[in-house]
Design a protein around this ligand. Structure first.
Ligand SMILES: Nc1ncnc2c1ncn2[C@@H]1O[C@H](COP(=O)(O)OP(=O)(O)OP(=O)(O)O)[C@@H](O)[C@H]1O
Length: 260
């Protein structure tokens, strides 16, 4: 049976990304299943962000294929893709316009996609991220880091996406705020039936957030782990073991909750 729930909404096969003659990503393959949170982890420079950017159309696909709902994506992403797949970046300061109110920034994606019920959508999105309408008339510098990231998440949710590409979404935040935003993301995945592709260098974060995790090193996939394996340290490569050892002793205040 293939009713759209069984087909991987996103799959990557033999992906390679080259910048001039530098190969940032080599021959990486994985499927992201409907409703799961799939993690990409690895040290700085291992190619995690580049994979996310290549999927989103922000980095060149030199080799291999990215499929969305089973169909290879084209160089110019389709309208359906641009609506269904939204990105959230590490630095909400960089991704929000400094001189525009929250309301104006949230209006933009609705305008671009030509959707109606603008204010209803905006109010709904801002409430879903735990803020209220009074935030709509503030500028980014009048918000805390956590509030800014909530606005960036609200902006991604406005167009009712299916998949969020999350690039270190909490790495710029203090640990306590980080836990709040991670909990928000876990709740949203459940209530909105979202699918996540989650990039982080932080093993505790991906271990708490993800059902499956691909460990990356120097642009290559090293090992595919379940969240359970990562949390209990049952890894098979030396590299994954090294990463785990390096992250020992640091546990953010997040607790694992089973989805569904
Ligand atoms: N636009 C670009 N032009 C040239 N090289 C790039 C470009 N983008 C990324 N790279 C290089 O590709 C490699 C992988 O970078 P990438 O940002 O994907 O790694 P990462 O695992 O996400 O690391 P980090 O956690 O530091 O972001 C790095 O060596 C980086 O310098």
């Amino acid at each position: 049976m293939d009713n759209g729930m069984t087909q991987a909404p996103l799959s990557v096969a033999g992906l390679g990304v080259e910048f001039s003659d530098f190969r940032a990503v080599r021959d990486v393959s994985f499927d992201v299943r409907h409703g799961e949170s799939f993690g990409l982890v690895g040290e700085s420079g291992s190619g995690k962000s580049t994979i996310l950017r290549a999927i989103g159309g922000l980095a060149p696909i030199s080799h291999g294929t990215v499929r969305f709902r089973g169909e290879p994506v084209r160089a110019t992403r389709s309208r359906a893709f641009r609506r269904a797949v939204q990105m959230v970046f590490q630095d909400p300061y960089g991704s929000l316009h400094p001189r525009q109110t929250v309301e104006r920034q949230l209006s933009e994606p609705i305008r671009i996609l030509g959707l109606d019920d603008r204010m209803d959508r905006i109010r709904q999105a801002i409430e879903q991220v735990g803020l209220n309408a009074s935030f709509l008339y503030r500028f980014p510098h009048q918000l805390s880091g956590g509030q800014r990231q909530r606005i960036a998440i609200a902006r991604a949710l406005l167009v009712q996406p299916e998949i969020l590409l999350l690039d270190e979404p909490t790495s710029a935040l203090d640990v306590s705020v980080q836990a709040e935003v991670l909990n928000l993301l876990m709740d949203l995945r459940e209530t909105r039936g979202l699918t996540y592709l989650f990039v982080s260098h932080d093993l505790a974060v991906v271990g708490a957030m993800c059902e499956r995790i691909l460990v990356m090193r120097n642009g290559e996939a090293v090992e595919l782990l379940t969240g359970d394996q990562m949390r209990s340290g049952r890894v098979s490569t030396d590299y994954a073991r090294q990463l785990l050892r390096a992250s020992e002793g640091y546990q953010p205040g997040i607790t694992r909750r089973e989805a569904g």
